[in-house]
Write a new protein. Structure first.
Length: 108
């Protein structure tokens, strides 16, 4: 369970501001995950790296450490791994994002 107050305190903002940032994050992630999926389907490695980098930063800023680490793995592996491995890594990232999204849909 996400502790909104603790996460807000960690980054130095109010719980309400944190909630608003999380809502924006969820909206942005819909686009980011769709673009990452498309990049994986069309084998656009630079776009895979770029989307993963964006997700990593956004997730880290909101203290979503596991999601950020998964995105970082994809970012660094974008040029070195087989596409099937990248797709598997992305599936793990999507799963983590869906957990976060479900938690916030219950609390926001």
């Amino acid at each position: 369970m996400i502790d909104i107050q603790a996460a807000a305190d960690e980054i130095g903002i109010s719980a309400e501001a944190y909630r608003r940032l999380c809502q924006l994050f969820l909206e942005t992630m819909e686009t980011d995950t769709a673009r990452l999926r498309e990049a994986l389907e069309t084998e656009q490695r630079e776009e895979i790296r770029s989307r993963a980098h964006h997700i990593k930063g956004a997730a880290a800023n909101l203290e979503f450490t596991v999601l950020s680490l998964k995105a970082e793995e994809i970012q660094h592996a974008a040029y070195d791994k087989e596409l099937e491995q990248l797709r598997s890594m992305a599936d793990s990232l999507f799963g983590e994002y869906n957990l976060i999204k479900a938690e916030f849909e219950e609390t926001l």
